[in-house]
Design a protein around this ligand. Sequence first.
Ligand code: NAP
Length: 241
Amino acid sequence: MAGLDGKTAIVTGASSGIGAATARRLAEEGARVIGGARRLELVPAPVEAHELDVTDPESCERFVATAAAQGLDILVNGAGLALGRDPFDASTEADERTVLETNVNGLIRMTRLCLPHLRDGGYIVNIGSIAGRQAYPSGSLYVTSKFAVRGFTYALREDLLGRPIHVTTVDPGLVETNFSRIRFRGDEEEARKVYQGVEAMTPEDIAECVLFAVTRPPHVNVDELVVKALAQSSGARIIRH
Ligand code: NAP
């Protein structure tokens, strides 16, 4: 019997990178996994793909009404993005809204909507970032959003204390995904440089962390998992060859 047989999991951001790898990994362990994203066609089988835009309250409500109708055991909040790598002076209203709406409001909204469906023994896993633990230059909005994710995760843990619900933040460093392509608005050259000369982590490495958090004995809560590429000590300090 696989570790997650009979469990139902929702993974947001399941069309790419960490979310896609996590959704696949939980499914491999026997869970029924419903993956949410805007680009449905990219959600990997056998994950069930449902359309989801975390910035749109109605989309979130529709998604949760279908995906969690028969109860829920695991919510993984993976949807997220950064836009630009510039000093704060270059920030725009539109980018600020997109990053905060996606990474913060979207994650909080999905958690609020899923919570009533979560069965005893359930798990909420937020994908934070080392950017939410230590600021680095020219990433102000992303850093802000991930500090907020960590603050929300801690506050949620306080509010759920005494109830049989586990709450975890998984905070990765450098992971090679589509993230930098989105951050640099499709500039492949800039995106490539982020991973140049360093062995970044893979989305599968992070999926293993999520799996670890949701497969501990019921009395154990993994509060935080911080994982970095070996050649990295912070968002700003990476040894490249
Ligand atoms: P990615 O490959 O670009 O994947 C991002 C995912 O988020 C996609 O599935 C995307 O789906 C989804 N998403 C974005 N906006 C959305 C929206 N409005 N509604 C629903 N889904 C949305 O990047 P990734 O690296 O896997 O990032 C996943 C998470 O890990 C993010 O929270 C990111 O901040 C975090 N993280 C990444 C790294 C890294 O180095 N890569 C490090 C630390 C933390 P659609 O576009 O199809 O909607």
